[in-house]
Design a protein around this ligand. Structure first.
Ligand code: SF4
Length: 366
């Protein structure tokens, strides 16, 4: 490894960050002291996994109003925790946050990086970021942004994640010299605002020493990782209502949508549309949309079906009072149908066979 010393290479980042830093509600004013509220750092780091800063800010503020410390979060009802997270996606993070808060409330904050990494949901990056930002430990936090910045600065060919161990050793003295919290946040900020995938090198405080910039190779470093093609499914999204109740799936304990209530869905391929005139029940539809997940896309067609009476639901489904719908945690897709129910829809020209559809949602006694 023939990289220049990290402390001198990265030194301009410290004054640059002091000058340009955005005021964020979880950022401490004094970057040389330990953070006055490590819990705020924990909440922000978990929220910022997979979610943009601008989206996180209002959630963070509401979260700290509702759950101001680890004990309050540890004692909260699961539904209240999921409700407060509603709209942020990746709900596992909310459950990890609650479990981490329970650990901290019971045993106090860990005293080293290994202890932080054992808190649920932290992983090596978040534990290192917590160590540096909350506790001023020189623990190098390498996320996608940091890898991109360092790969370009050091002209690293190939996937910089393969050099993670070397990069951590290289970065540690600079964290000690320039301040763990300051340098960690400066690298994050540079990657988020200047050294983005299409970098703005003209405004970069380390452009004069950047290998990729000098070599004219910022577009090639780091190499773009091709994502697997997302699969698409086509679904009917069903709000079935009877006697002031709506049919829902209660939260599952595990999986992508764990902790969330869900509307029933049926594959359009096995429930093809037919002329609505053949259906005896009143039905309302709204324009469909494509719900995008990380590795999956769903083309959903929302329907609202009103029946005279409730039927016995199939296993895994439950009638819930419609009046309680706004108090239940729902994912983005299901919130959208919940909100459509308060708007005027249309009688669709085509819909699936509703008798078959009801049978698919009903228990064996129907
Ligand atoms: S000069 Fe450009 S490529 Fe290099 S670190 Fe700065 S923004 Fe990134």
């Amino acid at each position: 490894m023939s990289w220049p010393a990290a402390t001198s290479l990265l030194a301009p980042l410290a004054p640059w960050f002091e000058r340009v830093r955005r005021e964020l509600p979880w950022r401490a004013a004094d970057l040389d002291a330990t953070h006055p509220d490590p819990y705020a750092v924990l909440v922000s780091e978990l929220m910022l996994q997979q979610t943009q800063v601008a989206t996180v800010v209002p959630y963070f503020t509401r979260w700290l109003d509702e759950f101001p410390d680890p004990r309050a979060l540890a004692n909260a009802e699961d539904d209240a925790v999921h409700k407060a997270w509603e709209g942020l996606g990746y709900y596992r993070r909310a459950r990890f946050l609650k479990a981490s808060a329970a650990s901290v409330a019971a045993e106090g904050w860990p005293t080293d990086l290994g202890g932080l990494a054992k808190l649920p949901g932290l992983g090596p990056y978040t534990a290192a970021a917590m160590g540096a930002i909350a506790f001023q430990w020189p623990t190098p936090a390498l996320d996608g942004n940091a890898f991109r910045v360092l790969a370009r600065l050091l002209l690293i060919e190939g996937d910089p994640k393969d050099r993670a161990a070397e990069l951590r050793s290289w970065l540690t003295p600079a964290l000690e010299a320039l301040g763990p919290s300051r340098l960690t946040q400066a690298l994050m900020e540079l990657g988020a605002t200047v050294c983005t995938p299409a970098p703005a090198c003209g405004g970069c405080p380390v452009a004069d020493r950047c290998g990729a910039h000098h070599a004219g190779r910022t577009g090639a470093i780091p190499p773009v990782v091709k994502r697997a093609k997302a699969t698409t499914s086509t679904l009917w999204l069903l709000a079935i209502e009877a006697e002031g109740h709506v049919l829902l799936h209660p939260p599952a304990p595990r999986g992508l949508l764990a902790g969330l209530w869900r509307w029933p869905t049926l594959e359009a391929a096995t429930h093809p549309p037919q002329p609505t005139a053949l259906n005896p029940q009143p039905i309302t539809a709204w324009p469909g949309w494509t719900q995008v997940y990380t590795h999956r896309r769903e083309a959903v067609s929302p329907l609202h079906l009103v029946l005279a009476e409730r039927f016995t639901p199939a296993a895994g489904k439950r009638w819930m009072p419609r009046a309680e719908l706004h108090g239940l945690p729902l994912g983005k897709r299901d919130q959208r149908l919940r909100d459509l129910l308060g708007t005027a829809g249309q009688v669709p020209l085509e819909a699936p066979d509703l008798q078959v559809l009801i049978k698919a949602c009903a228990g064996p006694s129907v």
